[in-house]
Design a binder for this molecule. Structure first.
Ligand SMILES: Nc1ncnc2c1ncn2[C@@H]1O[C@H](COP(=O)(O)OP(=O)(O)OP(=O)(O)O)[C@@H](O)[C@H]1O
Ligand SMILES: [Mg+2]
Length: 156
């Protein structure tokens, strides 16, 4: 199932492979500086998507959830990617102390799980991907919020 207009795409992902296929389609459209928010409950598929993106870009190492480190950096296919999981971010002080502000240099590409925990600290999203857990599979809503985001989703 598949529907879209200019700024919003709705997809049904039957299984993990469908999530990885979506990741593959997204990977080739990434541009330096892009900020992608990943929404959804625990176990919804956010990290799976990031793993799929990294693998599609040729990264062969392990992709672990940055649950305690909050961020994991990757360099692959000439792109600097930062995978944040802010589930355990406590406050602004922790954010500043970790020096995360400096990461947002307009070149790094960001995938941010649990962005709700850092609103006001992180830049606006170019693209938001929201996972909903269904009895079988996942529903995913993808939206763009900036010209960069719209370009990314064009004829997706
Ligand atoms: N489309 C899908 N249908 C069913 N299962 C899926 C689908 N995509 C991924 N999964 C499975 O769901 C789980 C998702 O785990 P994942 O770590 O990616 O979740 P997460 O959203 O990052 O959770 P957290 O907030 O805890 O970090 C994995 O076991 C994965 O195999
Ligand atoms: Mg995760």
């Amino acid at each position: 199932m598949h529907s879209h207009d200019d700024s919003r795409i709705s997809l049904n992902l039957a299984d993990e492979n469908a999530t990885l296929a979506l990741a593959q389609r997204l990977a080739v459209r990434l541009k330096p500086g892009m900020v992608i928010y990943l929404h959804g409950d625990l176990g919804a598929g956010k990290t799976t998507l990031v793993r799929g993106v990294l693998n599609a870009l040729g990264y062969t190492g392990r992709v672990k959830s940055p649950t305690y480190t909050l961020v994991e950096p990757y360099n692959t296919a000439g792109l600097e990617i930062r995978h944040f999981d802010l589930y355990r971010l406590h406050d602004e002080e922790e954010w500043e102390a970790a020096g995360f502000r400096d990461e947002f240099d307009g070149q790094n590409i960001f995938f941010i799980e649990w962005p709700e925990n850092a609103l006001g600290l992180i830049p606006q999203a170019d693209v938001e991907i929201a996972f909903e857990i269904l009895p079988h599979g996942r529903n995913v809503e993808i939206r763009s919020y900036t010209p960069t985001g719209r370009e990314c989703l064009k004829q997706f």
